[in-house]
Design a protein around this ligand. Structure first.
Ligand code: SF4
Length: 242
């Protein structure tokens, strides 16, 4: 069975989340907040995939965040998401200007330019497929997974998901990847994930667990025993009804 890196990350966070979403078919509750979050995720992802565009317009053309946002987003957006996007682009403009001052425009542009963006990869030998948001040249062929949402810290499942994606990619390109990165939307700083033996083992264990869940195994209630995870879970109301 093919399992996605996202399934592996979900299992690693909470096997019940994977069961509720992928087996029962529950989705996040609808409402104004959910619509806002979906729009913000789309905008944040577009910003994160457009670093070279933003650098070129901010540094080479000297444009401000308001001009950049008009050229980046052709479709109308709500005022709330526009304000949120403006603050992200403003931060990136400052980061990129400072990089260009230190390194020169050409080198700074090389540093933010991916080899590829938004593509799928897969490894038949591991039975893992993954969506890679960006592939950066340094360290050689490092995949970057863009993480949407507001969060102060990463859970271990984020590292497991990033490692699963990197393992799928390295099997398909045929050589070793030492690091992948997790990047909060609209940020330039990425969090490195070192693909050591222990993390690779966790990926394979989570992959086997995810496969069992997708085949219909019912996970126990609150399998991780961590109330902080449940407190931020949008499926909490439905979780104990299943
Ligand atoms: S409420 Fe808790 S146990 Fe239930 S799916 Fe969410 S994180 Fe898992």
């Amino acid at each position: 069975m093919n399992v996605t890196a996202s399934d592996i990350g979900a299992y690693s966070f909470c096997p019940r989340t994977l069961y509720l979403r992928r087996v029962v078919g529950l989705s996040e509750p609808e409402g104004d907040r959910a619509i806002f979050e979906a729009e913000r995720r789309r905008a944040g992802r577009a910003i994160s995939l457009s670093h070279p565009f933003i650098m070129q317009h901010a540094v080479a053309f000297g444009k401000g965040p308001k001009r950049i946002i008009e050229e980046l987003f052709k479709r109308p957006m709500s005022q709330e998401v526009r304000d949120w996007s403006l603050s992200r682009i403003l931060t990136l403009c400052r980061e990129f200007s400072s990089m260009a001052d230190q390194l020169g425009e050409e080198e700074a542009m090389e540093m933010v330019s991916p080899i590829r963006t938004a593509f799928r990869t897969g490894s038949p030998s591991f039975g893992i497929s993954a969506a890679i948001d960006r592939l950066m040249p340094a360290p050689p062929n490092s995949p970057v997974l863009i993480r949407c949402g507001d969060f102060q810290s990463f859970w271990e499942n984020d590292a497991v998901q990033a490692a699963a994606a990197a393992m799928a990619l390295e099997a398909s390109i045929g050589y070793h990847i030492s690091h992948s990165f997790i990047e909060p939307v609209g940020a330039f700083m990425s969090h490195p994930v070192s693909l050591d033996a222990a993390l690779r083992e966790k990926v394979l264990i989570a992959r086997a667990g995810a496969e069992r869940i997708l085949a219909g195994e019912l996970p126990s209630a609150c399998p991780h025993g961590n109330p902080r995870k449940c407190a931020g879970c949008l499926l909490e109301d439905e979780c104990y009804l299943v």
